[in-house]
Design a protein around this ligand. Structure first.
Ligand SMILES: [Fe+2]
Length: 158
């Protein structure tokens, strides 16, 4: 079985996703649920296939599944979610046989995922997919969204 299936079935991961769903039940802006994580995973994998990057699917999916999991901590303690995601992701990845090298690549990508300047391919794919997975072009909350226009996704193709 691919290692990312273990992440999906992890009790801590599932608990955090359930809490996130509660916190975002009335949110009018983009949510950070499993649908978003999987949209990001699939887009990242498409980028990787297009560019024959050689990145492992298992590493790509782990990155996408875990990149926003720190949102719960942000709602509860105002800890920036990229930092919280790194902390939580590390604990989860250690359980499922990701190597030190893979973990360091995944955690770096998550730590940097809010900025445009990426120093590695996995991080670049995460940043691009995170933005392109949002349907800003037809969003009813677009007028009051705090994302700058330059970051909003206006395209249906990737
Ligand atoms: Fe995201």
């Amino acid at each position: 079985m691919e290692r990312y299936h273990n992440i999906l079935q992890d009790e801590d991961y599932q608990g955090l996703l359930a809490k996130l769903e509660e916190y975002e039940a009335d949110r009018i802006y983009c949510c950070h649920d499993l649908t978003h994580a999987l949209d990001v995973a699939r887009m990242m994998y498409i980028f990787s296939l297009e560019e024959a990057s050689g990145l492992e699917q298992d590493v790509i999916y782990a990155t996408a599944l875990l990149h926003d999991i720190g949102r719960v901590a942000q709602y509860e303690t105002q800890e920036p979610h990229h930092q919280a995601s790194v902390r939580i992701a590390e604990g989860i990845l250690q359980k499922y046989g990701y190597t030190q090298g893979e973990m360091s690549e995944i955690l770096d990508a998550i730590a940097m995922h809010r900025g445009e300047n990426q120093d590695q391919l996995l991080g670049e794919y995460l940043y691009r997919a995170d933005k392109l997975s949002r349907n800003c072009f037809c969003c009813k909350a677009s007028d009051t969204c705090k994302w700058p226009e330059s970051k909003k996704n206006k395209s249906v193709v990737i």
